[in-house]
Design a protein around this ligand. Structure first.
Ligand SMILES: NC(=O)c1ccc[n+]([C@@H]2O[C@H](COP(=O)([O-])OP(=O)(O)OC[C@H]3O[C@@H](n4cnc5c(N)ncnc54)[C@H](O)[C@@H]3O)[C@@H](O)[C@H]2O)c1
Ligand SMILES: O=c1ccn([C@@H]2O[C@H](COP(=O)(O)OP(=O)(O)O[C@H]3O[C@H](CO)[C@@H](O)[C@H](O)[C@H]3O)[C@@H](O)[C@H]2O)c(=O)[nH]1
Length: 442
């Protein structure tokens, strides 16, 4: 195996996991970031994000001298042959992708490059970016061999390590076959199908995949409404659909809709990419609209269950992160739900096992707990916003005894409605007609 010298520029969720993975695969990796506090933490072997399994992997690769961290981006560039860009690509008000972090990295590369480089774009970027970046670099550095390769990332937060070591596919978009093959060789020990494409296709595969997964979620959420009206159970409908291999069982969990740092921004970016070439991507507009409505309808459901008035009601919101096993609150549905409940006069007590530190910066007037029983104490209702395992394992009888009224409105369909009613709860979930609406309980 050829051991490559790799600099990862941008040591966030993707950069840190990718850099650590390449080190684990035997390469020499330096992870660089402008955020000096983050780098200082990493140099002290502290992991700035909550991601199961990451701490152990970082520590062992640092000990083997295959992984290091720096805030000297120039030095990282000079000492490496492969530069992996993993900075953020958020959305602008207009819906376009904000490329300022990528542009800043390109300017830094221009200033510090004195030898041949292969630049790998891991960040999710609009189609055409790889081509433009390569032109810009070749114009600025005419005597140096520069190749730009697209290698989109498909990891999910909360299972990032597993996803990275067990990818369904590795997509590499390159114009120069040699550069593409070199980046493929870096990952040759990983399973999963290798798909070599042109850069534009690789860039679009990333957006198309996220948009399609988001579409599955919005589709099942719309089905959930129909289920409620006609007396069906969306869980069973999804199961029956998913048994068809052409459909598959994944991403058909109805609930309060998708959140996170990727689906909301990437669906909007893909819509804009289409608009920019005069195409109205109608399905995607609907996917985005349905997802927004899903949060609003969930708040209506809470209101209806609690008899129409929330003023003065104490609501325990269980789960704040956009999904379990992460501390990431970017576009987390729980935040919108809490803001809406507060605007209707509810008093919020919140529980999350990992995200409270970030939440305290984003939420006002919320009592926060790292113990779900404390959060549920004296509550008029529990609202479940994230399907943390700790919530699944909760002692329901103890919870009921602590609450003022035994009411659960479950935005993640974590429990069986019949079981919860048997335990004495008024239990309302999403798209399951068997759920019992009992204002009488209050
Ligand atoms: N988070 C995910 O699960 C995920 C998965 C697949 C793809 N992506 C994509 O990967 C990219 C990165 O996402 P993320 O979640 O890791 O972002 P992040 O915000 O967690 O990390 C980005 C990092 O880049 C650093 N940075 C910004 N400008 C820099 C510069 N000029 N030089 C050096 N460092 C700089 C920031 O300080 C930050 O630490 C995005 O395009 C995202 O869409 C994310
Ligand atoms: O059936 C489902 C599945 C997911 N979700 C929600 O969808 C969001 C996204 O979940 P998930 O995809 O598991 O997490 P992410 O870490 O956002 O990962 C997505 O976004 C990443 C960034 O682009 C990609 O790399 C991944 O492949 C893609 O799954 C979360 O709010 C989930 O609660 C549902 O509501 N129902």
């Amino acid at each position: 195996m050829v051991v490559e010298r790799i600099a990862v520029i941008g040591t966030g969720y993707v950069g840190l996991v990718s850099g650590t993975t390449f080190a684990e695969l035997g390469h020499s990796v330096i992870c660089a970031d402008l955020d000096e506090a983050k780098i200082a933490m990493l140099q002290r072997a502290e992991i700035p994000i909550y991601e199961p399994g990451l701490q152990e992997l970082v520590t062992s690769n640092v000990q083997k001298n295959r992984l290091a961290f720096t805030s000297d981006i120039g030095e990282a560039i000079r000492s490496s042959d492969i530069l992996l860009i993993a900075v953020g690509t958020p959305t602008l008000e207009s819906g376009d992708v904000d490329m300022k972090y990528v542009h800043h990295v390109i300017a830094t590369i221009v200033s510090h490059t004195t030898s041949a480089k292969v630049i790998v774009i891991k960040s999710t970027v609009p189609v055409g970016t790889g081509r433009r970046v390569e032109q810009e670099l070749r114009t600025a550095l005419p005597h140096i061999q520069i190749d730009v390769v697209s290698n989109p990332e498909f990891l999910r937060e909360g299972s990032a390590i597993h996803d990275t070591f067990h990818p369904d596919r590795i997509v590499i978009g390159a114009e120069q076959a040699e550069a593409g093959k070199r980046i493929a060789a870096l990952q040759s020990a990983l399973p999963g199908e290798l798909l070599l494409t042109d850069r534009e296709s690789a860039e679009l595969i990333k957006y198309a995949s996220n948009a399609f997964l988001a579409a599955k979620i919005s589709f099942i959420n719309e089905m959930a409404h129909v289920c409620e009206k006609v007396g069906a159970d969306v869980g069973l409908v999804a199961k029956g659909m998913g048994l068809d291999k052409r459909i598959g069982p994944h991403f058909l969990n109805a609930g309060i809709g998708y959140g996170g740092s990727c689906f909301p921004k990437d669906t909007r970016a893909q819509l804009k990419i289409a608009q920019n070439v005069d195409y109205d991507f109608k399905i995607l507009s609907a996917v985005i609209e349905v997802n927004q409505l899903q949060r609003e309808r969930f708040v209506d459901k809470i209101k209806d269950t609690l008899g129409g008035k929330l003023h003065g009601k104490r609501i325990a919101v269980l789960g704040l992160a956009f999904k379990p096993n992460t501390d990431d609150l970017r576009d987390a549905p729980a935040l919108d739900v809490i803001h809406a409940l507060q605007s209707l006069g509810a008093e919020i007590h919140a529980y999350d096992p990992a995200a409270l530190h970030h939440a305290s910066k984003l939420l006002r007037d919320v009592q926060m707990y790292d113990d779900l029983y404390d959060a549920a104490y004296d509550a008029d209702a529990i609202v479940i916003a994230t399907e943390w395992e700790t919530i699944r394992q909760m002692n329901a009888e103890r919870i009921r005894s602590l609450m003022r009224y035994p009411v659960i409105i479950d935005g993640r369909n974590m429990f069986r409605p019949d079981e919860m009613s048997r335990l004495g709860f008024t239990y309302v979930s999403v798209g399951r007609a068997a759920a019992i609406h009992m204002e009488a309980a209050i």
